[in-house]
Every structure is written in C-alpha cells, then in structure tokens.
Design a protein. Structure first.
Length: 201
C-alpha cells in the first residue's frame, strides 16, 4: 500500500502541463501498450482516462469503476447521487482497528468546454530522458483524479489477494464531483481538486 500511495503522490507532485510537441520525442499506441503491460496502476489509469467524465457526465465512468470493484468480489454500490462506494473487510484480528477511507473523484476538467465529451487522446512524450503520459493538447488528461481511482483499485486488488498483510477495514469512495458544488448523498462531503494535462511514468 505504501508503494501505491507513494506513486499517487508522485503523479500529483510531478504533474505539469506539456506543450503539444515542443521538440520532444513522442510515442504512440505501442509505447502506451508497453507502459500498460509494465504497471497495472498505469494500465488502469489509461483505461479510465479513455472515458471522458466532466462534471455531470460521470454515469459511464461510475459503471466502469463499479464493475471493477465488484469483479474483485467487493460489496460495491452506487448511491442516488452517483457516488461509488465499496467496503473491504478487516483482516482477522484487526476488526477493532480504525477504518481507513480511500477516496478519489471520478469527474475531470474538460479541456474543450464547447465539446466536454471530446475523447482524450493520450500519448507518450520523452523529455530529458523521462517518459510522460500526456494528451494531444486538446483536452486535459483526467489524471486528476483518475490516478487516485487507479491506485484505489490496485490497493483493493492487492489487499483482497490471499496472503495480504493484516489491515483494518478499508472503505473506498469515488464521489461523482469535486468542483463547484459537489453532488453528495447523505452526510458525504466531496473535496475540491484541480487538473493537469500530463502525468509522469
């Protein structure tokens, strides 16, 4: 879990806007496929960002996340406001430990407000020897906060696997919105966020 959280922190701290080309080396589908094969978190991220989900259009991405959580055997649900939640039971002997809450929002800032559902076209850009997953410049990448969703899915899969270390109850939550006035059900609260056009790999 620590490694996954460290990756999430790295994704956000090192995120930066990249120019459409700027003389940097670029990679297409093959480079993206190679990255996806090498890292399950980034594979999930690439799958999630392929589905544009600006505020008000989270139905499809919510169903994708719900399906992935249920495929792991988790008790995952979606409330009337569109928030997806799941619960991972505590390991034997850890039932009395405080529960952990993992949360990441599903919506993204669209790069093109006139066409908010414009498909995200990821590409790999090599700058100063480092590879970055970026867009073609027409949209935002959506890594805020689909990177967080990808990490939560990875933690859930690893924690549910046999032989996982003892851990307290974990609750996963993907609120439908993070900006303006969040759509939250009951007593839930959604935190504000921001967006970037690129994320390092």
């Amino acid at each position: 879990m620590k490694e996954a959280l460290a990756l999430l922190g790295f994704l956000f701290l090192a995120s930066a806007a990249l120019p459409p080309s700027g003389g940097a080396q670029e990679g297409g589908e093959e480079a993206l496929a190679r990255i996806a094969r090498a890292d399950p978190v980034l594979a999930a991220l690439l799958e999630l960002i392929a589905d544009p989900s600006p505020s008000g259009h989270e139905e499809k991405i919510g169903e994708l996340i719900l399906g992935k959580l249920r495929a792991l055997g988790l008790d995952a649900r979606r409330d009337a406001a569109g928030n997806v939640t799941a619960r991972l039971p505590a390991s034997p002997g850890m039932e009395g430990a405080p529960a952990l809450l993992l949360t990441a929002h599903m919506d993204m800032v669209p790069g093109d407000k006139k066409e908010p559902l414009r498909p995200v076209r990821p590409r790999v850009v090599v700058m100063e020897g480092a590879e970055w997953i970026a867009t073609d410049g027409a949209t935002t990448l959506g890594a805020d906060d689909k990177a967080g969703v990808a990490v939560i899915l990875d933690i859930a899969a690893a924690s549910w696997a046999s032989g996982a270390p003892p851990s307290p109850t974990a609750r996963s939550r993907s609120p439908s919105r993070s900006r303006r006035r969040p759509r939250c059900a009951g007593r839930s609260r959604c935190a504000p966020g921001s967006s970037r056009r690129a994320t390092p790999w």
